[in-house]
Write a protein that binds this ligand. Structure first.
Ligand code: FAD
Length: 375
């Protein structure tokens, strides 16, 4: 939708093709960094976006048996991340799309054929099982980690998806972990497994289980509750794990997936270009996927506006502009992964030391701020 908004503004007539039968609302916690907010503002959607960072939030790091310590958390990272739900971004974009840009739900591409002049797409309307052909000047594959456009035009998923050997499960909680204020973040980060609880200003928190495993495919033989119960056996966190598993049991709307980056030598081919997770999935660890998608959309519109009659040159300039940002955050994701779920006891120990230093710095900055305010 971000790309459609920007291309519409640049004079194109986009058609958004969405596999889901209706809008995908809700979702999970997303931290939107300042570069993402700038892109959202450029798209004209920031002012319409529901931002949900609690005003007076604290973060607690909890050990195996539930002892808690005040610590730095996700929202304390540089770049002023703002807490939203994925659906808040969707909603802000939707308000800009609705009535202006054609959206076809329950529709997927099944074939793509290119000539120098046009790109023909076979589309399947999954609601009535009808296939039809249509010609476009340009196809943007912004269809996520397991992109169909990528598979149809560039090759098999396995060629481009790099496993981070981890599994995540994200879902909403009915209420905060017992014993913690609604506005607080709670983190249990142990070697190989972690549980994060993200607070919001005006809704219940969301939870994220994450764990590392060599054989990711084997993790999906059972339902998420069974798998997570077995994977988190022996880890209690003062009742926090049992609480989250009980909540998961009652929550039908959950994301249970493996973690992969997408690495591609080229994001465009003729009149087809990939964007967002389809092109470069940074993973949840980077905390930059949503921001990068909107930045990519703005940049693509800029380059197509600058070179309206030369698609290869516009795509080339766009890739050159996006590559450094993507490279940086793909590398950083490996570092941040240790922050989310340390890979072994030594990494967990280092993580603890780093978080302690950052926490001390934040605490002293906060008290200096209070003192300055008082004088
Ligand atoms: C648990 C979790 C936490 C995260 N936390 C953060 C965070 O803190 N900060 C951040 O910036 N990012 C975060 N991310 C990443 C962020 O959600 C993604 O990077 C972002 O949603 C990517 O946007 P996208 O539009 O490229 O792909 P998606 O959001 O995956 O959207 C792709 C769309 O294409 C549709 N689609 C798929 N296949 C087809 C098809 N064949 N035909 C038609 N339509 C199709 C899908 O239904 C979907 O609507 C997180 C991700 C997860 C899983």
């Amino acid at each position: 939708m971000a790309t459609a908004i920007r291309l519409h503004e640049a004079g194109w007539e986009p058609v958004v093709v969405e596999r889901a039968p209706s809008r995908r609302t809700g979702g999970y916690f997303v931290g939107l960094f300042s570069v993402g907010k700038t892109a959202a503002a450029r798209l004209g959607v920031l002012a319409r976006m529901h931002l949900r960072t609690p005003p007076d939030h604290h973060t607690w790091t909890v050990d195996r048996v539930g002892r808690r310590q005040h610590s730095a958390g996700f929202l304390d990272q540089p770049g002023n991340p703002e807490g939203v739900m994925r659906g808040d971004i969707e909603d802000a974009l939707w308000k800009r799309v609705d009535g202006r840009i054609e959206v076809r739900f329950a529709t997927v591409p099944v074939a793509v054929r290119q000539t120098p002049e046009t790109v023909g797409v076979t589309l399947l309307d999954t609601a009535d099982d009808r296939t039809y052909e249509e010609e476009f000047d340009l196809v943007v594959g912004a269809d996520g980690l397991r992109s169909t456009v990528r598979r149809l035009v560039f090759g098999a998923d396995a060629t481009f998806m790099r496993s981070l050997h981890a599994v995540v499960c994200a879902f909403s909680l009915d209420h905060q972990v017992p014993g913690y204020p609604d506005s607080d973040q709670v983190i249990l980060a142990q070697p190989g497994r972690s549980l994060w609880v993200f607070p919001f200003r005006d809704r219940t928190p969301t939870a994220l289980f994450a764990y590392r495993t060599r054989n990711v495919d084997a993790e999906f033989r059972n339902d998420p509750v069974t798998t997570l119960t077995s994977r988190f056996a022996g880890l209690d966190g003062g009742g926090m794990v049992a609480f989250a598993l009980e909540q998961l049991r009652r929550q039908p709307d959950r994301l249970f997936d493996s973690v992969h980056q997408v690495r591609m030598p080229r994001w465009h081919d003729g009149r087809v270009v990939l964007l967002g997770d389809a092109a470069w999935c940074l993973t949840l660890y980077s905390g930059m996927g949503a921001s990068a998608g909107m930045i990519g959309a703005v940049a693509l519109g800029d380059e197509l506006s600058a070179r309206p009659d030369d698609l290869p040159a516009a795509f080339g300039a766009w890739e050159k502009r996006m590559r450094p940002l993507v490279r940086k955050h793909q590398l950083l994701a490996y570092v941040k992964a240790q922050f989310f779920v340390p890979s072994n006891p030594f990494a967990a120990w280092i993580r603890g030391k780093v978080v302690a230093v950052v926490t001390r710095r934040l605490t002293s900055e906060a008290s200096a701020g209070v003192n300055r305010g008082a004088t």
